[in-house]
Design a protein around this ligand. Structure first.
Ligand code: ADP
Ligand code: MG
Length: 339
């Protein structure tokens, strides 16, 4: 009997892993923005071309990387954010898997410039399809710039699978919005094909929400607030009279990370029980802060789903808090004149 099992070379393993982390240009946007936030940047620029298909660039003024780290960051399972498995239960960063950059570099042309504050000179590095092309010393500002070009250039099937620029652009805006809403104190700018899409000065969450969803958003929102041992709740929910058919703008953030939760959405809807027109859905922007050891984020590579230790308590507290706020602001039942 001959043996037939072989270990895959790194660049092949990276390309396979990339399939999970990187679905479309918006996935690159998410990973790069989150890395910039983790690097404690106060100013983050997002520049894309052709809805991100030809270029996704993120420039930050964060911590930067040393010469050695500038190379190491592209290795799989290379991370500065955790050291041991236990650290997963005290996470204060967006990243921890050490997978994103290795994956992105496997399926695109990447140019990186980085410099730490205390260094005289920085590093300018090019990597394409997991292969280092060049690494030079360069005069650079503090921080890091990643330019990701020609995504999926070596996986034609994936490239062909991308949707129209309009659709891909929408996905990019969604990811940008999620990160920018989670971090209102950071200055974000966003350019598409040379035009400025957003310029969001440092502010608070209410102002950031209003910046995104112009119009009368400010008058349409009711603040919510609650502090218990299990969870601290902040944010805003829409007044019921502004609820519309179909989904409104609905956001949950847990420890500054956007998440999706059908269960918590249900808790919100339960708080509105009896005061919404049939089929109408309120907008909400809900920021939950929980002890990091009471959640598990490591369910899926994109980390948009998480597991809570005490989901039922969270549900009850959230529902009660929203009910209380809606009552406090004299939100009367909607009279439905159509009937
Ligand atoms: P993760 O974020 O899970 O650690 P990544 O592949 O996204 O994995 O990044 C690998 C490492 O590269 C990070 O842990 C960090 O040390 C470094 N890094 C990535 N982006 C930046 C950045 N914008 N500024 C400084 N360091 C960065
Ligand atoms: Mg990361």
């Amino acid at each position: 009997m001959s043996s037939i099992i072989q270990l895959l070379p790194d660049h092949v393993a990276n390309q396979i892993a990339a399939g999970e982390v990187v679905q479309r240009p918006a996935s690159v946007v998410k990973e790069l923005l989150e890395n910039a936030v983790d690097a404690r940047a106060t100013d983050i620029k997002l520049i894309i071309k052709d809805a991100g298909k030809s270029l996704v660039q993120v420039i930050d003024n964060g911590l930067g990387m040393s010469v050695t780290d500038a190379r190491l960051c592209f290795e799989r399972h290379a991370t500065s954010k955790i050291r041991q498995a236990e650290d997963l239960f005290s996470l204060h960063t967006k990243g921890f898997r050490g997978e994103a950059l290795a994956s992105i570099a496997a399926i695109a042309h990447v140019e990186m410039k980085t410099k730490q504050d205390q260094q005289e000179l920085g590093t300018h590095l090019v990597i394409e399809g997991s292969k280092f092309v060049s690494q030079e010393v360069a005069v650079l500002p503090k921080g890091t710039s990643f330019a990701v070009k020609n995504l999926f250039y070596n996986i034609p099937a994936r490239r062909n699978f991308l949707k129209s620029d309009i659709v891909e652009f929408r996905h990019v805006v969604d990811e940008f919005q999620r990160v920018a809403l989670a971090h209102p104190q950071i200055h974000f700018t966003f350019y598409h094909n040379g035009s400025e899409m957003y310029n969001l000065p440092p502010s608070n969450s209410r102002q950031r929400i209003v910046n995104f969803f112009a119009g009368k958003t400010n008058e349409k929102l009711v603040p919510i607030q609650e502090a218990t041992e299990i969870v601290t709740i902040d944010g805003f929910v829409g007044k019921p009279e502004f609820a519309k058919k179909g989904r409104g703008e609905q956001f949950f953030f847990v420890n500054d990370r956007f998440i999706k939760s059908g269960y918590l959405h249900h808790a919100v809807m339960a708080a509105y029980d009896g005061i919404l027109k049939e089929g109408a859905q309120p907008s909400y922007f809900i920021y939950l802060t929980v002890p990091p050891n009471t959640i598990d984020i490591n369910i899926h590579p994109t980390k948009t789903e998480i597991k809570f230790d005490d989901e039922q308590a969270l549900y009850a507290i959230l529902r009660a808090s929203i009910k209380h706020s809606l009552g406090q602001f004299n939100v009367a039942p909607v009279l439905d004149f159509d009937r």
